[in-house]
Design a protein around this ligand. Sequence first.
Ligand SMILES: [Mg+2]
Length: 217
Amino acid sequence: MVPWNDIDFALLDMDGTLLDRYFDDYFWEEHIPKKYANKNGIPYEKARKKLLAMYKREERTLNWTDVYYWSKRLRLDIVALKEEIRDQVRIHPGVIGFLHFLRDAKKEVILITNAHPKTVQIKLEQTLLLPYFHTILCSSDIGLPKEDLGFWREAQKVLQFDKNRSVFVDDNENVLLAAHTFGIKYVLHKNGGNSHFSDESSDIFEPVRHFTDLIPK
Ligand SMILES: [Mg+2]
């Protein structure tokens, strides 16, 4: 259980943490390969294999989530394709109640994401979550992904949070490791970031299975 009396800042990841990562996994691993296959007149399986290999090479870089980078590289309008299926974005269960709790408890709520600002805009408009955040920080604002220790040094300078009085929730262990190494005191892993793999967990960090578990009874 998080000692809320000792916490002023709630740092929250978006995709896979507050929102179901199924949308993103489906979008990049199935939807885009289908569009790419159609456009280039190649079989779906071939397109999928090619794209997954291309993604892999950009993991842990800012290109990975840069919708304009992939638009150029794949010659597809990634923003338009995302807009087309935006009604499939889902909030994880318990998130709204948790955000209400943070608001009532007067915590400073900060969205910290590797997602591209355009993606953040589409998703927060779609889910109506925007009003719950005091601040939104995208890793492209800093110029480094969250997996990088340098990201956290810069983020702290920009956001002025007290790392001893902060909790950070993310669904990515590499990101949590960087935040923990930087010194954020309470670091929690969102289990089952993609709801289709709900047993996905961390061997290192305390779990958040359901967001209502974080609200004091
Ligand atoms: Mg995430």
